[in-house]
Every structure is written in structure tokens, then in C-alpha cells.
Design a protein around this ligand. Structure first.
Ligand SMILES: C[S@@+](CC[C@H](N)C(=O)[O-])C[C@H]1O[C@@H](n2cnc3c(N)ncnc32)[C@H](O)[C@@H]1O
Length: 207
């Protein structure tokens, strides 16, 4: 039997369910996000369970039951305490389980999108900042149009913060790949012209 936990919920668990995973559980802190995930699962005709939970404090009943934990695009930037987050991902993994991360590369946090120039990336932010960024606009990830939204805070974690959080959780790095596209689609394929920074990140850890 193959179990799967996804933090936070979204397309990832549904894709893996279609690929053959047995029991799929998606965790998310937002009731609205869970409602949308439930609707998507219905449309895709895949059976997933969705659980409302802060990924930094997952319920103990899910301890040691998953073969795979998947963290997908646009997850880590919402987490203030990634040491705690990785300890929870480790908690829900079985012995021999694996943690897959498919995320935007932390280097992208150095760039803002120039909305007046069709989403072109502008180098603006300090990679080493520890201050959360407050955004008051929402983004349509496909059209790249923005709209007014409630303030939202992004937490910047350096690549070393991410790997060190996993090491502290007793996870072992098995695979690392840097990608030439942004898995969150926040930055489009043309955002950087010919001088692309690393835009995406794949990390695989084992227990
Ligand atoms: C950009 S979405 C990514 C969703 C998913 N990765 C996907 O590909 O569809 C970020 C999600 O993180 C959730 N989130 C933010 N903080 C969280 C937390 N502390 N615990 C669990 N989920 C959280 C939000 O509610 C939102 O649904």
C-alpha cells in the first residue's frame, strides 16, 4: 500500500493518485483551499481525503503512515517555521519513506515582476533578508494578471535553510535538481529573457 501526504493541498496528491498511489491525504490550513481541492478531485474523479491543519502541527493520528510526502509549488514561502514544518513532514513518513519537494527556487525571491512590462522580472530584493514580504495583490498564475487582495506574508527561506531544516529532521538528501522554469508558474517562461537564474528546485530526501 502506498500512502501519500501533501502539504499543502492542491494538484499534487491528485496527480499522484492518478499515477497509482493508494491512500491520498492533502493537508491545508485554509477551508477555502480545501473546498477548491475537493471540487478539483471531484472533477478529476480521484479519491482523496483533505484535512484542515497547520502543516507546522499535523495531527498525531497521521504519524508514521505515509510512503511519500509531497511538497509542491508555492508551499514553503507561506511557512514561518520551516524547521518545525520539516519535523512534521518527517513525523508522518513511515520508516523508509521519501519526501519529494517540487518548488520555486529560493533565488526567485530576489526578483519582483514588473506588472507594467508583461511580467518581466526585475532584480530588487536581498537574498539574505530575514524579513517577511507583505503583498497586497493576488496573482492569476496563468494570465499573470493581478488583483487587489487581503495582505499576505511571504517568508523567504534560503536554499541552505531548506536543506538544513531537512537535516535537522533527520532526513537524508538523495537527489537535487535545479530547473529552468518556475513550477509555481508565478514567473513565466519569458520573465528573464536569455539570462535565466535557477527557477525551480527538486529535492528528494529519505528517512
Ligand atoms: C500557492 S498554494 C499551493 C497549493 C498547492 N501546492 C498546489 O500546487 O496547488 C499555497 C497553499 O498553502 C496553504 N498554506 C499556507 N500556510 C499553511 C500552513 N501553515 N499549513 C498548511 N497550509 C498552508 C494555503 O492555504 C494555500 O492553499
Amino acid at each position: 500500500m502506498c500512502g501519500l501526504g501533501v502539504v499543502p493541498a492542491g494538484y499534487g496528491e491528485q496527480t499522484l493518485k492518478i499515477l497509482g498511489a493508494h491512500t491520498c491525504v492533502g493537508f491545508d490550513i485554509s477551508a477555502n483551499a480545501l473546498k477548491e481541492a475537493t471540487e478539483l478531485a471531484k472533477v478529476a474523479r480521484v479519491e482523496c481525503t483533505f484535512v484542515k491543519s497547520d502543516a507546522q502541527r499535523l495531527p498525531d493520528e497521521y504519524a508514521n503512515i505515509f510512503d511519500i510526502v509531497l511538497i509542491t509549488a508555492g508551499a514553503l514561502c507561506f511557512i514561518p517555521d520551516i524547521d518545525r514544518y520539516f519535523s512534521q513532514a518527517r513525523k508522518i513518513l513511515k520508516c523508509g519513506g521519501q519526501l519529494f519537494i517540487f518548488e520555486s527556487h529560493p533565488v526567485l525571491k530576489m526578483f519582483d515582476m514588473d506588472r507594467d512590462r508583461d511580467g518581466v522580472a526585475v532584480l530588487r530584493n536581498d537574498y539574505f533578508t530575514e524579513e517577511p514580504q507583505c503583498h497586497k495583490t493576488g496573482l492569476d498564475y496563468y494570465t499573470h494578471q493581478t488583483h487587489d487582495a487581503l495582505p499576505i506574508y511571504y517568508f523567504h527561506h534560503k536554499l541552505s535553510d531548506i536543506v538544513n531544516a531537512a537535516i535537522k529532521a533527520n532526513l537524508t538528501l538523495r537527489v537535487m535538481e535545479e530547473l529552468s522554469f518556475d513550477p509555481s508558474l508565478a514567473f513565466g517562461f519569458d520573465a528573464f529573457g536569455d539570462t535565466r537564474p535557477p527557477m525551480g528546485l527538486v529535492l528528494i530526501f529519505s528517512t
